[in-house]
Design a protein around this ligand. Structure first.
Ligand code: SF4
Length: 345
């Protein structure tokens, strides 16, 4: 059986950010029980995993329980843990490194305190920098920084400041996503003033240019990396690879089937809520999905003439182009990717 990615969902956060619609609760006292439940679920998957990604939520909110968990997870060539700068210590970072974690993804979002406060983040810009230095000190040589674009009050100048701090830290990888207002969140009910669509595009271009100038090559719409430091786990999602998700609210795609656990911590701890949503994906749908997900990558997909009408239409609009035997988004297509994907979804 081919190897797959393992995603481990940690549904704990110190407190909920007002824009977030990921499943997490501000309740960390169940961390030990949760670790045991995860390992029970994992034992149902006797297969090889070449990437492990522990995300959330805030995995580092589990404290030392997280290091114990990582010790028990399969050893993988790429083993990522997401970290919130407000929940890190040198001891925890050393314990994670010792447990086989070799990639850290730090949720910085911004290096401006006013922007962090407007996002309801629990940490300051100084803590984010400190987290990065602690991670380097603990031996992490593969670090991602998450940045958020088009946030309340963000300007070209404030983004320029964040990007200058990124340049000074010199991480191996940066993810830069625009804030999206999701239904059911406090920001949806009470939306703050945000940059408009044109301003958002300009902020995205500014970030892209600055990151590329730092030697971080764009390899996906929102992701930039030094050569060889692209996130292998996320590349599986964009290449139609298989992944197993364990934990409350975790999603899986295996053997042509998609399934998801219920977003319910209590149910999960009691041994229930597994694979509550289940769907078999037919070959045609799989092909379509793999095609448009692959177009998220800047090197696109190997093209054998699939979906000729859609591709011709999008190429005529200057959104898709051939590069050798590969079909990819143009620079303009990267800006208007949602229009491209709407043709295939
Ligand atoms: S820390 Fe991350 S997962 Fe937790 S509420 Fe904030 S954005 Fe969501």
């Amino acid at each position: 059986m081919s190897s797959a990615g393992l995603y481990v969902h940690i549904p704990f956060c110190v407190r909920k950010c007002p824009y977030c619609d990921f499943y997490s609760v501000a309740e960390r006292s169940r961390a030990s029980e949760y670790r045991a439940a995860l390992l029970r679920e994992l034992s149902e998957y006797p297969r090889r995993f070449d990437t492990v990604f522990v995300g959330g939520g805030t995995p580092t909110a589990m404290g030392e329980e997280l290091a114990l968990l990582c010790r028990s997870l399969p050893k993988a060539e790429e083993f990522t843990v997401e970290a919130n700068p407000g929940t890190l210590s040198p001891e925890l970072l050393r314990a994670l490194r010792g447990a086989g974690v070799n990639r850290l993804s730090i949720g910085v979002q911004s290096f401006n305190d006013a922007e962090l406060a407007a996002l309801g983040r629990i940490h300051s810009a100084a803590q984010a920098e400190e987290a990065f230095f602690m991670a380097r000190e603990a031996g992490f040589d593969n670090i991602n920084l998450d940045l958020m674009l088009a946030t309340p009050g963000q300007t070209a100048e404030s983004l320029g400041h964040s990007l200058a701090r990124v340049r000074a830290l010199s991480p191996e990888h940066v993810s830069a996503y625009s804030l999206i207002i999701e239904e059911g969140t406090p920001f949806y009910e009470n939306t703050p003033d945000l940059p408009d669509e044109d301003e958002e595009r300009e902020l995205y271009h500014q970030a892209r240019e600055a990151l590329e100038a730092m030697g971080l090559k764009q390899y996906e719409i929102s992701n930039f990396a030094r050569p060889g430091r692209e996130c292998r786990h996320n590349l599986k999602y964009w290449s139609g690879g298989e992944y197993v998700g364990i934990g409350a609210a975790a999603a899986s795609f295996c053997g042509g089937e998609r399934y998801k656990n219920a977003p319910d911590l209590e149910l999960y701890l009691a041994g229930g809520g597994r694979k509550t949503e289940r769907e078999t994906v037919d070959a045609g749908e799989l092909l379509r999905e793999k095609f448009w997900l692959g177009l998220r990558k800047t090197d696109g997909v190997e093209y054998f003439g699939e979906f000729p009408a859609e591709v011709e239409r999008l190429a005529a609009k200057g959104l898709l182009e051939m590069n050798g035997n590969r079909l990819r988004l143009t620079r303009r297509g990267l800006d208007l990717a949602n229009i491209v994907f709407a043709e295939f979804v």
